[in-house]
Design a protein around this ligand. Structure first.
Ligand code: ZN
Length: 373
């Protein structure tokens, strides 16, 4: 990963390169700041730069043998430590999960702890960096470096390290072997053990600049300027947060489309279309089904309130409001509660693993019966 692949962060990139050029490398860094600012990417890019055999003025070359191996995250002198879960048949150390790790961050280096846990398929298990890991770290760093002048140990989320692991690392953090560089990458510096903190050089990484983030998400997600500006505003410099917002808004668009379709065919009592729709909805997955039902239930209430034409009491996007201007008049005191109840009960049954096709067929027929009340 080259520095140029990390969004913004111009000053930090320059500072890191200067620390090498001026021979002022620290043996242990702590990159800290909000999740999603690009800290992990910066750590990898910095490591790649240090190992590059043809360093350029502002970046690694991306072409040398070392850079090629870094690109695949398989350089033998690059080591990763990250929180892991207990999984049968696997040791509780990072290397046991390294292929999952490479798979995830090669695809996207802007990840959160939750995304990592989800990727591991953890069912509410907590990830930690355990005492087994400290033995691995010490063992790896005591070996001679294989190919590069520098041996790099990137520890992602040191706040997940338990006490016994931390205690065993104090000595090596303070006096690491020659040309070893630790880069700790923390989302919550206040939760990192003080004994670890005091042995590292803190480097604060700020959020991504708004204009840089905006330009990037417009280019990559097919958003217009206004949509992108709205997302940037609530993301506070975190690309992880921006992604979450973009996904939510895409899901919203899907839900609105399905809702409009649903209301059209229930109003016209188009049974063939209702069955076709239930078939399609059965395939979108349980989480998406639940989100659609919850969304519909809220939207119906909002549409009912829209009838009172008071801007302060309903909350709708532009597209939703456009739909409400035509649809809301069909909702009244006689049917609104019944329709909301249909969606809420469907939610209840989906959550308890009911048959989705039957549940979605049911709500279509139930709403057909009450929509014209
Ligand atoms: Zn290179």
């Amino acid at each position: 990963m080259k520095f140029e692949q990390i969004l913004g962060q111009k000053e930090i990139k320059e500072r890191l390169i200067q620390s090498f050029v001026n021979n002022r490398l620290s043996h242990a860094y702590l990159f800290f700041g909000i999740a999603g600012s690009g800290k992990l990417g910066l750590a990898i890019a910095f490591a790649q730069y240090l190992s590059c055999t043809d360093k350029q003025e502002k970046d690694s070359c991306g072409q040398c043998l070392s850079c090629k191996k870094y690109e695949k995250l398989i350089h033998p002198d690059l080591h990763f430590v990250f929180p892991v879960i207990t999984e049968s048949g696997k040791k509780k150390i990072s290397d046991a999960f390294i292929s999952e790790w490479r798979e995830l961050i090669q695809n996207d280096v802007y990840i959160s702890y939750n995304e990592w846990m989800q990727h591991l398929g953890s069912q509410n298990k907590q990830g930690i960096i355990s005492v087994d890991e400290s033995a691995e770290i010490i063992r790896k760093l005591s070996l001679k470096s294989y190919e590069s002048e520098y041996k790099i140990m990137i520890i992602w989320l040191p706040e997940k390290m338990n006490n016994s692991c931390a205690n065993k690392l104090l000595k090596i953090l303070e006096e690491p072997p020659h040309n070893t560089v630790f880069i700790l990458v923390s989302d919550e510096r206040e939760s990192v053990l003080p004994t670890i903190l005091s042995r590292t050089q803190a480097v604060k990484i700020l959020g991504i600049d708004d204009d840089i983030m905006q330009e990037y998400i417009i280019k990559n997600f097919n958003l217009n300027t206004q949509e992108a500006a709205d997302i940037v505003k609530i993301s506070n410099g975190s690309y992880v947060e921006a992604k979450k917002q973009i996904l939510a808004s895409e899901e919203n668009k899907f839900n609105l489309q399905q809702f409009i379709r649903f209301m059209r065919f229930t109003y016209s009592r188009n049974i063939a279309e209702a069955l076709q729709w239930a078939d399609e909805m059965a395939k979108i997955g349980r989480e998406a089904q639940k989100n659609f039902l919850k969304y519909s239930s809220i939207l119906i209430r909002e549409n009912f309130v829209y009838n009172f034409k008071n801007n302060n009491i309903y909350y709708l996007t532009k597209e939703e409001e456009e739909f409400a201007s035509k649809f809301a008049k069909f909702l009244n005191n006689n049917n609104v509660n019944e329709i909301v109840k249909v969606f809420d009960e469907a939610y209840f049954h989906i959550e308890r693993n009911g048959m989705a096709r039957i549940i979605f067929t049911d709500i279509a027929f139930l709403v057909m019966r009450v929509i014209k009340k």
